[in-house]
Design a protein. Structure first.
Lengths: 186, 163
């Protein structure tokens, strides 16, 4: 026996006031870009946490490229990430970059994109270093990945900007999308 | 101004056991979809997915799992449905908790990528990345079993996330 729901309609999508989980900004690339930055995050002080949901592909020539985060334009050696990956085998890695996943490159399966959900916790705090957690993945021929990770920015500044970049200096391709959400606290 | 999002689009609680639950005519105005399943099975089963009723060999996945003593990983390509979880074990009496994220489901220039997380404390935890090798917009989602049925009382909820 199967159970089927017919005619699903959305009655809540348009307009209305803000809730506990709100879309703040979205960037969908019309042309390739080396990075994507969300700025002015101090204006989102109503929120306790941020979440980024992305769908991305890059132009790196050989392999998928690591997507990394940087905060407040800090390009110093102030980041760390640990992650476990499954790809038929399983392993655990540490990096001095804040890696959040891999995105397919130029030679990867056509039309395949990497996806991820990144939580940036207590981003407005000035008492704690900033931490992140990520679930991400891509599934391309001969090189699939599922990824669970944690990240650290060794800085107690409030996060006012977030940059998504590629570790190997590739470009995000057009069609890549990055959406920023706010999550209310107490 | 912030845009409210994460809207419940459809929900069902099974009054009778069923081998699958299908969400159809899905609203196309959101960016991502999230499905949360909490259900026992009639037997030990694998949770699987089909999009737009496609039973062709178009599903690919990579999974990693932990069971309290070891971590393992599996990957398979060209499957006739996508594997969401293999930890639903009816003998434990504990419902599987499964969360599925489907990004950019309306895009017609992308294969559809999904992330699944499943837990059952008696058997383990899993994370799975899936790809449906089609650029068609997703209008229907079927959550099915590999064998047996989803049990009475199983809940299936579909949410839309604005982009």
């Amino acid at each position: 026996m199967s159970f089927m729901l017919l005619g699903i309609l959305n009655s809540q999508a348009a307009g209305g006031g803000a809730g506990a989980y709100d879309l703040l900004e979205t960037t969908t690339l019309a042309t390739s870009a080396s990075s994507v930055t969300f700025t002015g995050l101090g204006s989102y002080s109503d929120y306790a946490h941020l979440q980024i949901r992305y769908v991305a592909r890059n132009d790196y020539s050989t392999y998928p490229d690591w997507t990394i985060l940087q905060f407040n334009s800090d390009t110093g050696a102030n980041y760390k990430s640990h992650y476990i990956r499954g790809y038929g085998s399983i392993d655990a890695k540490v990096s001095s970059e804040l890696r959040v996943g891999l995105t397919p490159g130029a030679t990867s399966t056509a039309n395949a994109f990497g996806v991820g959900v990144i939580d940036i916790l207590d981003f407005g705090s000035t008492a704690k270093n900033t931490t992140t957690r990520t679930l991400s993945g891509l599934n391309i021929f001969n090189d699939p990945r599922i990824w669970l990770g944690g990240g650290l920015w060794v800085d107690t500044s409030a996060v006012t900007s977030i940059t998504l970049d590629q570790s190997r200096a590739s470009n995000f391709l057009s069609g890549s999308r990055f959406s920023l959400y706010g999550i209310k606290g107490a | 101004m912030a845009t409210p999002t994460y809207d419940l689009l459809a929900s069902t609680t099974l009054a009778t056991a069923a081998s699958s639950v299908t969400f159809s005519s899905i609203d196309q105005s959101y960016g991502d979809l999230i499905i949360i399943v909490n259900s026992l099975g009639s037997t030990t089963l694998e949770a699987r997915i089909r999009l737009n009723s496609d039973s062709g060999s178009n599903y690919n996945f990579a999974r990693m799992s932990g069971n309290g003593s070891s971590g393992t990983s599996a990957e398979l390509a060209s499957q006739t449905s996508g594997s969401l979880s293999v930890i639903a074990d009816a003998t434990t009496g504990e419902a599987i908790l499964l969360k599925l994220e489907l990004q950019d489901y309306t895009a017609t220039d992308k294969h559809k990528s999904m992330l699944a997380r499943a837990n059952q404390s008696a058997t383990g935890s899993e994370a799975t990345a899936l790809r449906w090798a089609s650029t068609a917009a997703v209008t229907a989602i079927e959550i099915l079993t590999s064998t047996g049925n989803w049990a009475i009382g199983g809940t299936f909820n579909l949410y839309g996330v604005a982009k």
